[in-house]
Ligand binder design. Structure first.
Ligand SMILES: [Zn+2]
Length: 313
């Protein structure tokens, strides 16, 4: 299994920024990106105006549209300038050419196979250990992944998303379960319901994640529970933040005329950085809109109670 170090990632960025014009332009643009800041109770949010993300935010992810487009994560369709670092048994670490973070990676599998987390949560934790400066994130196939047909993680600079600091400073975590080195807690005072796994051992983390995964309700015919996941190292241990989801996109996304806000929430939005590809939305969005979007796309209290009941029984 191929492991890499933070140093290899630094070299990859240097090389790709030097040799790929589009990448250089897009990373210069992200240095000067416009943001607005909001607070909802103890949680802080940044709204980022990022026009280059329109392709991802407005991506059609129904089966028919997916089958009709060339997969942009398959090697034969990737830009010739894009170079990757092999990682693990079947992954490639790539620099994301349409960044949200000052450093943004996409980490697809070598083979074209569906986006699923159940068998890959251990890989996610191992990636977090190797990429110590990054938070690794996973968008479920119905929760923001614009390539639901090709398994991948992404990674961005640690501490860029406000959720991390909010959790450490203000998060009221209620313990749900504990087993060996792993604990599972729930936090509901940061404007969205989040389950937090902390562990010093990857195998213990996998077991705890499976308990949570199996307890999250799944609609009929859907391949996995709707969720977004952030994973990072924290004081030498691992932390996994799981955001179970109720909906893919909020009603604002489909609203006509003035009421429309083009936001398609994924892990980064759950982490507290909302991406607006259109300037009209960036200018008009309010804290009330953000709260409404989160209330719609995240699980309600009854679902959270059901999940806890299932885990405890
Ligand atoms: Zn593919």
């Amino acid at each position: 299994m191929t492991r890499i170090t933070q140093h290899d990632i630094d070299d990859l960025f240097l090389q790709q920024l030097r040799d790929w014009d589009l990448l250089q332009l897009n990373y210069q643009a992200i240095e000067n990106v416009k943001t607005r800041e909001f607070a909802i109770g103890a949680a802080r949010f940044k709204v980022q105006f990022n026009p280059a993300r329109i392709t991802s935010s407005a991506a059609k992810v129904d089966d028919r549209s997916i089958k009709q487009r060339p997969c942009f994560l398959c090697s034969k369709n990737r830009p010739p300038e894009q170079k990757g670092l092999p990682w693990g048994n079947d992954y490639l670490i790539l620099v994301n050419p349409y960044p949200i973070f000052p450093r943004h990676l996409t980490i697809p599998t070598l083979r074209h196979e569906p986006q699923r987390i159940a068998t890959r949560i251990g890989d996610m934790m191992r990636l977090a250990c190797d990429l110590n400066d990054f938070v690794i994130f996973y968008n479920g196939p119905l929760c923001g992944a614009s390539a639901p047909d090709h398994a991948h993680f992404q990674a961005g600079c640690k501490d860029f998303m406000p959720f991390n600091n909010d959790l450490i400073r203000n998060g009221e975590i209620h313990e749900v379960a504990a087993c060996n080195s792993a604990t599972l807690g729930i936090v509901t005072n940061l404007a969205r319901t989040t389950f937090i796994i902390r562990t010093s051992d990857i195998d213990d983390g996998i077991v705890m994640f499976q308990r949570l995964y199996e307890a999250i309700p799944v609609a009929n015919g859907v391949c996995e529970p709707m969720l977004n996941i952030l994973c990072q190292t924290e004081n030498g241990k691992l932390r996994i933040d799981v955001f179970p989801r109720a909906k893919h996109r909020p009603s604002y996304y489909y609203a006509a005329g003035e009421n429309n806000i083009l936001i398609s929430p994924a892990s980064v939005d759950m982490g507290g950085v909302l991406i607006t590809p259109l300037e009209k939305d960036f200018a008009k969005i309010t804290a009330t809109d953000i709260k409404k979007i989160l209330d719609e796309v995240c699980i309600d209290q009854a679902t959270a109670s059901l999940i806890i009941k299932r885990i405890k029984s």
